[in-house]
Structure formats: C-alpha cells, structure tokens
Design a binder for this molecule. Structure first.
Ligand code: H2B
Length: 101
C-alpha cells in the first residue's frame, strides 16, 4: 500500500518523526529546504537523492539555487502524500545526517 494516500492523522504523526519536513499549505505534499555549505555540497546531495529516487521509482519535485535545495514530495498517482514520500524524505534526511526526530 506504499502508493495509498495517507490519511491526515497518519500523516501528521509521521511528520513528527521527520526532522525538518512540513506539510504544504494545501496538504498535498511535504516539503523541506536543505541548505549546504556551497554548490558542490548541494549538488552532491541532489546526486545521492536522484539515485535513491531512481531506486524507488519515486521522484522529487525540487529546485536548486546555489547552495539551497527546496524539495517537495508527493505521489502524483495518488494525488497526495504516501509512504513512498516518507521513505524518500527519510533517505534525504539520512544524506545530510539528520536522524529521525
Ligand atoms: N514520482 C512521484 N513523486 N510520484 C509518482 O506518482 C511517480 C513518480 N510515479 N515517479 C512514477 C514515477 C510513475 O510515473 C512511473 C510510471 O512508475
């Protein structure tokens, strides 16, 4: 059921364990801003995240300006947030050394 849309209560609970991630205003995605020392660090993070995204067949909506990476995760198929988004968010946190809260 990885691609089943999470109900609001489950999502709220899950977000408590995901350092730095917030629910978007419309409730349809989760988002986090990652800030790095420089562009190289930011791009290395994007490279690792991209490889993980390919492995999961689940891809971020993101943008990069210099050392900042803004990430938004949702499951397009489900039109909302699913376990897959949580999994990718957790992996991204791991890439910057953030343990689950
Ligand atoms: N990524 C995200 N974020 N949501 C999806 O629904 C999605 C995806 N679907 N990556 C996948 C690819 C789908 O298009 C392929 C065909 O499995």
């Amino acid at each position: 059921m990885a691609r089943a849309k999470l109900d609001p209560a489950a999502l709220e609970q899950a977000l408590k364990t995901l350092d730095g991630w917030d629910l978007a205003e419309d409730g349809g995605s989760i988002q986090r801003r990652f800030t790095f020392a420089d562009f190289s660090e930011a791009f290395a993070f994007m490279m690792r995240s991209a490889l993980m995204a390919e492995k999961l067949n689940h891809h971020p909506d993101w943008s990069n300006v210099y050392k900042t990476v803004d990430v938004s995760l949702s499951t397009h198929d489900a039109d909302g947030v699913t376990e897959l988004d949580l999994k990718l968010a957790l992996a991204m946190n791991g890439f910057v050394g953030d343990e689950p809260a």
